[in-house]
Design a protein around this ligand. Structure first.
Ligand code: NDP
Ligand code: 2IT
Length: 455
């Protein structure tokens, strides 16, 4: 797919690079998409900065260091033997140990994990902390499973995974379908196998090495980034209507912080559909939603019934008007047509809480409309940043206060914003946050790779 904002030479390079990547990695559409989005920014940059081409950095960065694939066998509550597949993609450890979440989702594929691991390399680089990129997970479906089934699955998964991870090697965390409960079971089994109280996983419970604010960090960080983007234009979040998707960890805390910053969040969504609450998801309604999704693991439809608002089955929220859009559910949930609808309805800023929720057409629509658009690798980096801070606290054997972690999180999000502005190509004052995040994330890793030589 050629880009109309690139020179003919850059487009030729992009086509050639992508056709090689697709040949080498067939049947991996999400991975192709994530690389294409990055290559659109990096190829023009490397045409001007030729040392990166001479060292074949983009070719090397799109090949993971290694991928571990393994069987996870476990027993359900009825004593049936169950078999799942799990992966850990160790993508790049040039600036620190592999770091990135674990996803449990019945439709998970290697293509999805490769896109997530690839994005994580750039995101972790942007945080300023010493973290490489990785991602893992399983096609295990936690929906409808008892706590004991989830425990047996996690214990079995860790019984293989423990030999591939470590505080200096690879440090997993949560993602879709992996929250506090799963992290505890995984860590308990690691500790039992290794007899070591290692900082080998983040998102831990507060009583055994977790950091205050890790639960809130991704959503809060995303709201801070949105605020930074708007303030850069002399505006702010206060008084604006926000269209949010998702109702999991990222969405709940993005809504909480956007409320605190004065916005009204009028939508949420889950796999069953979306709820539209024009008065705003706030106060006791937000507390109800947290209980519903974090504790009872129920359907969003219950929220709509409880508070008498509209629920639209099998729909996403993008047709609801608002100035801010914050997609926080999953990849490719916001298409080119959705982006056109949002632009028509007056959206001025989009911040991706999820990873790659906007498809390539959607990104192009926002760019052409000059909508402020923060890609996930910048806007949702607060989660992994506080994971990095959890590791720092574990290394020092102490815990920082909530205020201290929040202050550092705000500082990191401000720094990421500043780097995006510095590296984003500007045309009449417009900041291309996609290009800014890609180039800023790339340079740090690429320079380390060049320094290491041909490895
Ligand atoms: P959760 O599992 O807590 O929540 C996911 C939410 O998205 C749920 O509301 C879920 O619906 C919905 N969802 C998941 N898959 C689909 C789908 N295929 N179609 C429609 N809705 C879907 O995950 P998180 O909130 O942690 O993650 C959300 C996104 O944010 C992901 O892209 C993740 O990679 C990204 N992210 C997460 C970070 C973190 O720290 N947790 C950090 C950075 C990015 P339901 O309730 O029905 O399951
Ligand atoms: O996508 C992500 O950045 C995460 N799921 C968080 C990773 C982490 O290591 O905290």
């Amino acid at each position: 797919m050629p880009s109309n904002t690139l020179s003919a030479e850059a487009n030729r390079e992009l086509e050639k690079f992508m056709s090689g990547l697709i040949d080498r990695n067939p049947h991996e559409p999400e991975f192709h998409q994530a690389v294409h989005e990055v290559a659109e920014s990096i190829i023009p940059f490397t045409l001007e900065n030729t040392e990166y081409r001479d060292h074949q950095i983009l070719e090397r960065m799109t090949e993971p260091d290694r991928i571990i694939i393994f069987r996870v066998t476990w027993e359900d509550d009825d004593n049936n033997v169950r078999v799942n597949r799990a992966w850990r993609v160790q993508f790049n450890n040039c600036i620190g140990p592999y770091k990135g979440g674990l996803r449990f989702d019945k439709s998970l594929t290697l293509s999805v994990l490769k896109f997530l691991g690839f994005e994580q390399v750039f995101k972790n680089s942007l945080t300023t902390l010493p973290m490489g990129g990785g991602k893992g997970g399983s096609n295990f479906n936690p929906k409808g499973k008892s706590d004991r089934e989830v425990m047996r699955f996690c214990q079995s998964m860790m019984t293989e995974m423990y030999r591939h991870i470590g505080p200096e090697t690879d440090v997993p965390a949560g993602d879709i379908g992996v929250g506090a409960r799963e992290i505890s079971y995984l860590y308990g089994q690691y500790k039992r196998l290794m007899n070591r109280f290692h900082s080998v996983i983040t998102g831990k419970g507060l009583s055994y090495g977790g950091s205050l604010m890790r639960t809130e960090a991704t959503g809060y960080g995303c709201a801070y980034f949105l605020q930074n983007m708007l303030e850069h234009q002399g505006d702010g979040v206060d008084g604006k209507t926000a269209i949010v998707s998702g109702s999991g960890n990222v969405a709940l805390y993005a809504i909480e912080k956007l409320n605190q910053l004065g916005a009204t969040c009028v939508t949420a969504s889950d796999r069953n559909g979306m709820a539209h609450d024009p008065d705003g998801i706030r106060d006791e309604k937000l507390e109800f939603l947290k209980q519903l999704k974090e504790v009872r693991r129920g359907s969003l439809e219950e929220y709509a019934k409880e508070f008498g608002c509209e629920f639209r089955a099998d729909e996403r929220p993008w047709s609801v008007p608002g100035e801010l859009a914050v997609p926080c559910a999953t990849q490719n949930e916001l298409s080119g047509d959705d982006a056109k609808t949002l632009v028509k309805n007056g959206v001025i800023a989009v911040a991706e809480g999820a990873n790659m929720p906007t498809d390539l057409d959607g990104i192009h629509v926002f760019r052409e409309a000059r909508t402020l658009f923060a890609p996930g690798k910048a806007a949702n980096a607060g989660g992994v940043a506080v994971s990095g801070l959890e590791q720092s606290q574990n290394a020092q054997r102490l815990s920082w206060s909530r205020e201290e972690v929040d202050e550092r999180l705000q500082g990191i999000m401000r720094t990421i914003h500043a780097k995006c502005v510095e590296h984003g190509r500007r045309d009449k004052g417009f900041v291309n946050y996609v290009a800014g995040a890609n180039v800023a994330g790339f340079v740090k890793v690429a320079d380390a790779m060049i320094a290491f030589g041909v490895i």
